[in-house]
Write a protein that binds this ligand. Structure first.
Ligand SMILES: NC(=O)c1ccc[n+]([C@@H]2O[C@H](COP(=O)([O-])OP(=O)(O)OC[C@H]3O[C@@H](n4cnc5c(N)ncnc54)[C@H](OP(=O)(O)O)[C@@H]3O)[C@@H](O)[C@H]2O)c1
Length: 511
């Protein structure tokens, strides 16, 4: 990737000139992707007018600015920026970065009317990154943040005279559709949902129905059982309409609400596939948290999982987080330059640089076998077993075949007053629960396409292709998976997790 200096002398960047002096509201910057978007804008678009972060307070930091300074500005995502230009970083925070303590799920974001109006007056666009990415979220919570909050985003955009909205969605709104998935409205494969003449689906009645079902569950259960029932309701409803989980179902519903609410206005739906560590920026391998594929890699590294349901020939669609952040910035630029339209982009690797699940596993296994000692937070010892992906039926047969005698033994030991933790039984249960959550994603029979996104990048020209690359063809999979991603998991996701845990323990003790 080129730096700003390298490309100067070539045609001017359309992104930099379009974003000069503009003010952008971003949600979700306490999360993984939001941080990378913020970092890239701060470092690469210094002439942006201002960035406003809508952040909810938490128990430790009820105030957004305080939370930002303690939980976001301290993230290693900004290491590079602080090293390259620490003063510039500080002065950006002082002069261009504002934080608003608000709840995106509340009408008016929970702000007093005058503050809400003032906020809308000074903005030029909104990037909505906030979401619950928990696949098995309680249905009421998932609906609130992934679906209903989009009414608040749309009202805000409208009250500000038609601000362009960039909505970060997911390629997996595709649900149980198979085959080639293009950058367009997704048709559900389950129970019928009416389609409007404009092309989006009419989901208002369906949402009311879901709310009735939530109210019914709430009237019958309480406490932990209520949570469990709301999780089950989400999965049941998602399956009924054609999705594997509550997350993707509610994100699809959110897309429909926005398309309806923002007719005639600017809306870009940007769908990433599985987002993984950075290819290059802010640092190769930069990542936060352990999600989706990484939860399985970690369980394997700890010797807990070695068999998983999966289709080795299926294309597993992974995309580095920096390419996603760049796609958001290109989408924003286009929406500001040519407002008034709806667009859908997919930021994914499947159609242009596919990697099959089998190759994905083999590269990681080779690295684990030969260089495990380089990743001390990930591998405590050399993995002894291969990671095997088998079809779902075989997986279920093997797992339940192995579990039955072990659980009988477990019960017998408990009854005999000798409760011993059976490691194998625990590992089987870990495998089973990871397979329940992620099994759908490891047996892909769809291919996500990104032709529209690539064409946007080409339209913007070579300078912006160098400053804001989005093309997954630059990924060399063996190098990325073996040398960048595993190292990133080890350095950022796992070592930072340890430090964070230590810190929170200290804080609890101090309190
Ligand atoms: N990660 C992936 O692989 C992936 C793939 C495709 C698409 N996406 C999309 O990318 C976006 C960012 O995902 P991510 O991986 O960065 O997620 P993340 O790390 O879990 O961050 C989620 C963000 O959303 C905020 N949020 C969650 N629930 C909220 C609520 N009820 N009210 C207000 N804010 C709330 C969180 O704020 P708090 O800190 O206050 O909770 C956090 O800032 C999402 O829209 C997601 O759907 C992610």
């Amino acid at each position: 990737m080129a730096s700003q200096q390298q490309v100067s002398g070539e045609a001017a960047s359309r992104v930099l000139s379009q974003l000069r002096g503009k003010h952008v509201l971003i949600t979700g910057t306490s999360g993984f992707l939001g941080k990378v978007v913020l970092e890239k804008l701060m470092r690469t678009v210094p002439d942006i007018g201002g960035i406003c972060l809508l952040i909810r307070g938490n128990a430790r930091y009820p105030n957004a600015r305080e939370r930002f300074l303690n939980e976001i500005a301290t993230s290693s995502v900004f290491e590079r920026r602080k090293l390259e230009d620490g003063e510039g970083f500080d002065s950006f925070l002082e002069s261009k970065l504002t934080c608003v303590t608000g709840e995106v799920t509340e009408p008016l974001f929970g702000l007093p009317r005058d503050q809400y109006d003032q906020l809308s007056e000074k903005l030029d666009a909104v990037i909505n990154c906030a979401a619950s990415v928990n696949f098995r979220e309680e249905l009421d919570k998932a609906l609130a943040i992934n679906t209903l909050c989009l009414n608040n985003i749309a009202s805000f955009a409208k009250s500000a005279g038609g601000l362009p909205v960039v909505q970060v969605s997911t390629c997996y709104v595709n649900g149980k559709n198979s085959g080639q998935v293009h950058e367009q409205v997704i048709r559900p494969v389950g129970a019928a949902i009416p389609k409007s003449q404009q092309g989006f689906y009419e989901v208002d009645e369906l949402i009311l129905l879901l709310q009735d079902k939530i109210a019914d569950v709430r009237s019958r259960y309480s406490g932990r059982l209520l949570e469990k029932k709301l999780v089950e309701l989400g999965i049941r409803e998602a399956n009924h309409y054609g999705w594997s989980d509550t997350y993707t179902f509610t994100k699809w519903l959110g897309e429909q609400l926005l398309m309806k609410a923002l007719q005639g206005q600017s809306l870009t739906i940007l769908r990433p596939s599985i987002i993984e560590s950075a290819l290059e920026e802010p640092a190769p391998g930069w990542i936060e948290g352990v999600k989706v594929a990484d939860a399985i890699i970690l369980a394997y590294a700890r010797g807990k999982v070695s068999l998983f349901p999966g289709k080795r020939s299926g294309i597993i669609d992974v995309i580095p987080v920096d390419l996603v952040a760049n796609s958001i910035i290109l989408s924003l630029t286009e929406a500001l330059a040519e407002p008034g339209r709806h667009r859908v982009y997919q930021c994914c690797s499947g159609s242009s640089n596919p990697i099959r699940l089998g190759q994905f596993i083999d590269y990681l296994m080779e690295e684990a076998k030969t260089n495990y000692a380089e990743y001390e937070h990930l591998f405590y010892r050399q993995p002894t077993k291969p990671f095997i992906a088998v079809n779902r039926r075989l997986f279920d047969t093997v797992i339940s075949g192995a579990r039955v005698p072990l659980s009988i033994l477990d019960r017998a030991l408990k009854m005999a007053g000798q409760p011993v933790e059976l490691k194998l039984l625990k590992n089987i249960d870990t495998t089973r629960s990871l397979a329940t959550i992620f099994g759908f994603y490891t047996a892909p029979d769809y291919v996500f396409h990104n032709e529209q996104l690539i064409s946007l990048s080409q339209r913007l020209g070579k300078t912006d292709q160098a400053l804001f690359p989005v093309d997954p063809r630059q990924i060399n999979w063996p190098t990325y998976l073996r040398k960048i991603h595993l190292a990133g998991l080890n350095r950022y996701a796992l070592s930072e997790r340890k430090v964070y845990r230590l810190n929170t323990r200290k804080v609890r003790k101090a309190a």
